[in-house]
Design a protein around this ligand. Structure first.
Ligand SMILES: Nc1ncnc2c1ncn2[C@@H]1O[C@H](COP(=O)(O)OP(=O)(O)O)[C@@H](O)[C@H]1O
Ligand SMILES: O=C(O)C1=C[C@@H](OP(=O)(O)O)[C@@H](O)[C@H](O)C1
Ligand SMILES: [Mg+2]
Length: 180
């Protein structure tokens, strides 16, 4: 993982695969710290008035990624926010640069089996509507894990544990960062 050369105390950006807990933990973390919470997917849905599956259906993944980039640019310019990104937001180099330069990026690292146990029946994630969601998640993990590691300032290793436990790990990493 690269050195924390551009650490900015104010913004926390969460990255990781679908089901890692970015949205759930981000909301809780923001509420505890009195910061504003944003979720790039929710923001996009509010902007367009339609769901993520509908955007995929109408414009394909390419269209979704275009919109997602614009949202990442808009939201990462804000100060003192917690942002839950969509799992694929790190795929574009320009998004990665925005995230790394405008805040502290935390990778919630979770293994595919655990992720699928959490998201398996969810109809709201178009990429998982396939015959073998576990294999799909393994493929996404193989492709993206190195990218998350590259973009993140900090990795939080999440096992098969409670939400409460992961929240405590995230909190402890944040405290460590702010003591440096
Ligand atoms: N240890 C944990 N950390 C984070 N989420 C967990 C944990 N255990 C169970 N969950 C559940 O997993 C789901 C994660 O979903 P979500 O927050 O939408 O993830 P993401 O935004 O990263 O796709 C939530 O339903 C959450 O309650
Ligand atoms: O990993 C991905 O490519 C995606 C993750 C989703 O967000 P979550 O990571 O919050 O599930 C959402 O942005 C979209 O379905 C695509
Ligand atoms: Mg989410």
């Amino acid at each position: 993982m690269p050195a924390m050369d551009k650490f900015i105390a104010g913004n926390l950006f969460l990255v990781g695969l679908m089901g890692a807990g970015k949205t759930t933990l981000g909301k809780q973390f923001a509420s505890l710290h009195g910061s504003r919470f944003y979720d790039s997917d929710q923001f996009l849905c509010e902007k367009t008035g339609v769901s993520i599956p509908t955007i995929f259906e109408l414009e394909g993944e390419v269209g979704f990624r275009e919109r997602e980039s614009a949202v990442i640019d808009e939201l990462t310019r804000l100060d003192n926010i917690v942002l839950a990104t969509g799992g694929g937001a790190v795929l574009r180099a320009d998004n990665r640069a925005m995230l790394r330069e405008r805040g502290t990026v935390v990778y919630l690292h979770v293994l595919p089996e655990t992720l699928i146990a959490r998201t398996g029946n969810d109809r709201n994630r178009p990429l998982l509507q396939v015959a073998d969601p576990l294999q799909k998640m393994r493929d996404l993990y193989a492709l993206r894990d190195p990218i998350y590691r590259e973009v993140a300032h900090v990795l939080v290793d999440v096992g098969n544990e409670s939400l409460h436990e992961t929240f405590a790990k995230l909190q402890s990493e944040w405290v460590k960062l702010n003591m440096n």
